[in-house]
Design a protein around this ligand. Structure first.
Ligand code: IOT
Ligand code: MG
Length: 506
């Protein structure tokens, strides 16, 4: 990962048959033909996309994204894995030994396709950190990391076949999503079978306060270190809240140079809170540089179509969270390192989005619900930042971290009147007291993007329950019909929906 990006961050591959056109991904980068026998396809948008496809013996593999536990894997799986030059080769060697169970060993942020004998096997990591989609037309499978590339690859949609074993994504014909933490095998007779590779733990581990605090700090520190890997410079998107400040601090402790960037608008910003953290870190670690990016709330809102296009998400809350981040990635100052660590995802296993007053049972309800429903929301897909040329990675959703945080008892998350207590306590020695004690402010609140969207809806006479209609309409335009977000007129979209609503009422 010399330049900061994985070899490839997007691919499309089809069994045998030629593609009607070269795919277009939201992830930006040079397209390279996939070099696998019996397939056509392209990889894109990485440091060395040609390295994303490889074969070892009779096993051919294609990988987008990266693995984080190759050091541990070589200890378990032997010299061939240890000597592998890149992740695709690691997977090929693992697959030779373990078959589809290879995916149970890997901790990463990736989507992969394996061709072995007559079988095609497809998988994404434990949380679908890189999403993967599949279509079947006249029995021929096409797989891609972005659904839009599949919608564009089907010439005659009447021939698209339903794959009943897999969830379908929104659209006029069958395009399916591979499940998180699952390996799916497509046999030549059309049968589709899956094995689980990860499930959120349901049990709760009872550990002492101090042991929990140490575990959290060590596990997170390790996840951050393996996301830096080489001592290159990295960036962190910093709100000055406990989640991203923790990541920034652990990056510094791993001896990496760090650029922090904070977004604010005229409506609201967290500049003071973020500057406090960056200043505190810079006292101990001189290789910290901090930047503030100020946009208007309208500029942020102007990224709505791009956010939907890149994330392919239709969940209105998720799109609201991702909106300011999309705006930020797109306008990062030149010279920002191409590898960005974020604090995204911390609030899910730690219950940060829920009210303290609700108590432990309700907190567990919320945790179970969130851990059971994230798949398909696409909140961490790489296209979001790769559409601006940056690779993001999320230490809180590292497999080991997520596993640990989920199974810690709720009483460690909600304790002494504090939310996310165990994380705050773990970081108390490293961060300003004010940061450790800071209550949560969501990214959508801190940037004013929620209120800007509400304002626009109101202006067009649309209720806040119409958020979904707006987002689905943008999805249909960009993901299904393939219109580039720069060619979408957001106000016209609102106008059209207003007119449609009026007609429906008449
Ligand atoms: P929030 O936790 O506020 O932000 C997520 C990350 O975005 C932060 O950790 C930080 O790295 C970055 N960020 C936030 N604000 C700024 C800013 N002003 N400037 C620069 N970077 C910033 C929503 C949320 O509240 O985000 N995300 C939750 C919940 C996800 C819900 N998903 C689900 N239920 N499946 C989260 O856990 O991150
Ligand atoms: Mg957070």
């Amino acid at each position: 990962m010399s330049g900061g990006l994985p070899p490839a961050t997007a691919f499309l591959v089809r069994q045998g048959a030629p593609l009607p056109s070269i795919p277009r991904f939201a992830a930006q980068g040079e397209l390279v033909p996939v070099d696998l026998v019996g397939c056509t396809g392209f990889t894109a948008a990485g440091d060395s996309p040609e390295r994303a496809a490889t074969s070892v013996g009779a096993v051919q593999v294609l990988v987008a994204g990266e693995f984080y536990n190759t050091a541990e894997l070589s200890g378990t799986a032997g010299a061939a894995v240890g000597d592998a030059a890149h992740d695709a080769e690691v997977l090929a060697h693992l697959y030779e030994q373990y078959g589809a169970h290879a995916f149970r060993l890997i901790n990463g942020r990736y989507a992969a396709v394996v061709l072995h004998g007559e079988d095609l096997v497809a998988a994404t990591d434990h949380v679908s950190g890189v999403a993967l989609f599949v279509s079947r037309v006249d029995g021929v499978l096409t797989l891609a990391t972005e659904a839009k590339a599949l919608f564009a690859s089907v010439v005659d949609s009447s021939r698209a076949q339903e794959i009943t074993e897999l969830p379908r994504v929104r659209g006029p014909f069958a395009v399916h999503r591979l499940r998180a933490g699952t390996v799916t095998r497509f046999a030549p007779d059309g049968s589709v079978t899956s094995i689980d590779t990860w499930r959120p733990p349901e049990w709760r581990q009872l550990v002492e306060e101090s042991e929990a605090v140490t575990l959290v700090r060590e596990t997170l520190g390790h996840a951050v270190r393996r996301r830096i890997a080489v001592r290159d410079e990295v960036a962190a998107v910093l709100s000055g809240g406990i989640d991203s400040s923790t990541v920034a601090s652990l990056i510094c402790e791993a001896d990496s140079a760090l650029t922090t960037v904070t977004l604010g608008t005229e409506a609201r910003d967290e500049f003071a809170e973020a500057a406090l953290v960056a200043g505190h870190l810079a006292e101990r670690f001189p290789a910290v540089s901090h930047r503030e990016l100020k946009l208007s709330a309208d500029q942020v809102l102007g990224e709505l179509a791009r956010t939907v296009w890149a994330s392919e998400s239709t969940d209105p809350d998720i799109v609201e969270y991702l909106l300011p981040l999309t705006a930020l990635y797109r306008r990062l100052p030149t010279g920002t390192p191409s590898r960005i660590l974020t604090g995204y995802g911390a609030d899910i296993p730690l219950g940060g989005m829920h009210r303290i007053s609700d108590g432990l049972g309700k907190l567990e309800d919320a945790l179970s619900r969130d851990m059971a429903t994230f798949d398909g929301l696409n909140e961490m897909v790489p296209a979001l930042s790769m559409s601006a040329g940056y690779w993001t990675t999320h230490p809180y959703w590292d497999r080991d971290v997520l596993d640990l945080l989920t199974r810690l008892s709720a009483s460690l998350k909600l304790r002494h009147g504090r939310d996310k207590w165990v994380l705050r306590e773990a970081m108390a020695p490293s961060l300003p007291q004010e940061t450790v004690a800071r209550p949560k402010l969501g990214v959508h609140e801190g940037s004013g993007s929620s209120s800007a969207l509400q304002r626009l809806l109101k202006e067009y006479g649309l209720g806040s329950d119409q958020r979904s209609a707006v987002i689905e309409d943008l999805y249909d335009q960009t993901v299904v019909a393939g219109t580039h977000p720069d060619d979408i007129d957001l106000l016209k979209t609102f106008e059209r929906l207003r007119n449609k609503m009026r007609e429906d009422h008449e």
